[in-house]
Ligand binder design. Structure first.
Ligand code: MF3
Ligand code: CO
Ligand code: CO
Length: 264
């Protein structure tokens, strides 16, 4: 049996890890306000994961990452490091990316938070990023080629005059944080695997308001847009089912069903 297909007992554990990761995002919502530092957000999440949920933050120490979560503000595309010095202010947009380990299995999810009154551009960017993820979720089922995911995301984003970051992709997930397959967010023939029931992977498009190019900061982690335009990202961990997919990191207030029946 293909190694990237999860067993029933693994799927059970992945449901628990996914739910736990989504609960961190639900919990942190009320704290994500003007004047809080990203380090304070990090500490609240860390305590919740460790003390309340008896789980582990997968980010802390991952290839040397120094904090428990990623906090990516405005032109930061991904892997922003929480800091006492980074204070959220009215009009900011922030992605909070949570990855937990519970009973040896990972759950990985992220969403945007809009701070106070944000610009029309910020709101549109976040909405297009989330909708691009949702459009992709609505085509997942056994038998479709993985490149279809990238195709639908890229077409939708570019039709809306935004761009897709090419350097980072979705990934299989399970006992390891990042497992095969790679799930690209743009159309590429390299992504020619066929989805099968029992695969678990993330989809996590990073969408820029300007050009797609990114640059890495000297801290070795923070990735920003090269042209300093805003960037937004949403991420879910999903399970391919007989009929479509289950969103393992679904949040209670989301306007999409946790189980998707993808008929055509
Ligand atoms: N959570 C990110 C992802 O979606 C990875 C973060 S790695 C870290 O794959 F080390 F920066 F935490
Ligand atoms: Co991920
Ligand atoms: Co993530």
């Amino acid at each position: 049996m293909n190694k990237i297909i999860k067993t029933e007992s693994e799927i059970k554990k992945m449901r628990i890890s996914g739910k736990l990761a989504s609960e961190v995002l639900e919990m942190i919502e009320k704290h994500v306000q003007p004047n809080i530092s990203t380090e304070d957000i990090n500490q609240i999440c860390h305590k919740y994961i460790v003390q309340e949920k008896k789980a582990i933050s997968a980010c802390l120490g991952y290839h040397g990452f120094p904090k428990s979560i990623c906090t990516s503000v405005n032109d930061v595309v991904c892997h922003g490091i929480p800091s006492k010095k980074k204070i959220l202010k009215n009009g900011d947009i922030i992605n909070i990316d949570i990855t937990v380990i519970k009973d040896n299995y990972h759950g990985d999810t992220s969403k945007m938070f809009l701070i106070g009154e944000t610009s029309i551009l910020s709101q549109r960017l976040c909405k297009i990023a989330q909708d691009s993820l949702y459009l992709a979720l609505k085509i997942i089922k056994p038998g479709i080629a993985a490149y279809k995911i990238g195709e639908i995301i890229q077409n939708y984003v570019e039709k809306n005059n935004f761009s897709v970051v090419k350097e980072y992709c979705g990934h299989g997930i399970g006992r390891c944080f990042h497992e095969p397959p790679h799930i690209l967010h743009y159309k590429s023939k390299e992504n020619n695997i066929i989805l099968e029931k029992g695969m678990i992977f993330t989809i996590e498009p990073m969408i820029n308001a300007g050009h797609a190019q990114v640059r890495s900061m000297k801290d070795g982690w923070t990735v920003k847009t090269k042209d300093r335009s805003l960037s937004a990202q949403y991420e879910h961990t999903i399970l391919v089912t007989d009929y479509g997919c289950d969103i393992l990191t679904w949040r209670k207030n989301e306007k999409i069903n946790p189980q998707l029946f993808n008929k055509n």
